[in-house]
Design a protein around this ligand. Sequence first.
Ligand code: SAM
Length: 347
Amino acid sequence: MSIVASPLAVAPAVNHSAIKRGAFDAYGRQMTYLRISLTDRCNFRCVYCMPAIGMKFQPRDELLTDEELLRVVGMCAGVGFNKLRLTGGEPTVRPHLVELVREMKRFPGVDEISMTTNALLLSRIAGDLKDAGLNRINVSLDTLDPVKFRLMTRGGRLDLVWAGLEAADAAGLTPIKINSVVIKGHNEHEVGDLAALTIDRDWQMRFLEIMPMEGVGAVHDESLVTSEETKARLEAQFGPLQPIDSSPSDPARVWRIPGARGTVGFISPISAPFCAHCNRVRLAADGKLRLCLLRNDEVDLREMLRNGASDDDIERQIRRGIWRKPWGHGLAEGDRNIGRGMSQIGG
Ligand code: SAM
C-alpha cells in the first residue's frame, strides 16, 4: 500500500519528555478520551443529524490546519488523553487523514485511535488506515434497506457503505461497532434485522436514542424511540437478551441475543444519561474544546494558537476548561441550549 510522503513533516514538535499529571474536572472525573472532529463537512445529510435546508458549513480558514490540530492533540496526549476518536462531519473527507492518524499515533501516551464514519469511502483506505495505526471503527448504519437508506441519509448508497464495512473487517479495524439512531417512522421496525447482524458476526450493534441537536429538535420531538422500547422489540423477536458486563465509561449498556457471536448495545442519553462516568471532551474542527456534548460551553483554542500562545498557556487553558466541565446535560430540565448540530461538534 503506498502512502504519499507526509505533508505534515513540518508539524511542530511537542515536548513529551514526561507524561504530566492527568486532567480532572471539579467532580473528580479524569478526562482520558478526546473526540476529535476533523471536519464539519459530510457526504451524507442524515435526517436526524442535519436539517433538510439551511445547513451551513464553516469557511475552511476557520478550521484548524493539520499543524494546529496536531499541536493541540499532542498537548492533550501530554495531559493524559490516551484514547482518541476521529469523527466529524465525515472524517474520511478530511485531506491527509492517513497521515494525521500516523502522526497522532506517535504521541507518547496515545494507546488507541478509533474513528466514527459512515464508511462510504472506507473501502479505498481501510488498509492504509490500519497500517497508519488506526485501531478500530464505528460505522453508522441505520437500515439495511437500500431505498430507506437513501431516504435517511438523503442520497447515500448502502452497497458502498457495506463494501466499506467489509473492507474494515478484513483490514482488522476491529472490534467493529455499528451505530444506529432509532427513529419513529423510519427504522424502528428494522431493529431486529440490524440486531440479527450480530448472530454470526463478532460486531456490536448499538442503538442510539436521538438527541435534540441544533437543527433537528423537531425531528427529536416527533420521533424519539427510547432504548427500553427498542429492547422490548428485540426481546419480542429473539427472547430475553443476556446482560454483558461493560466498562462504566462505555455509554452503551451491552446485551447478547442468546447464542449470538456479537453483542447489542443501547445508548440512552435521553432516558438514562451516563454523565456520572463521563471521561470525554470534544475538539471541534474549528478548534473549540467542547466540554459537554449537550451544553454550549467551549474553550477557544484556535484563537490562542493563532495569537502565538505558548504550549504552557494552551495547556493551562485546556486544564481550566476541563476543571469547569459541567456535571451533565440539562435536557431533563428543558435546557436545550446546545448551540450546534452533531456534525459541527463531532458526534
Ligand atoms: N459521519 C460520521 C458517521 O456518520 O458516523 C461521523 C459523524 S456522526 C455526527 C457521529 C454519530 O452521531 C453517528 O453515529 C450518528 O448516528 C450520530 N448522530 C448524529 N446526529 C444524532 C442525533 N441527533 N442523535 C443521536 N445521534 C446522532
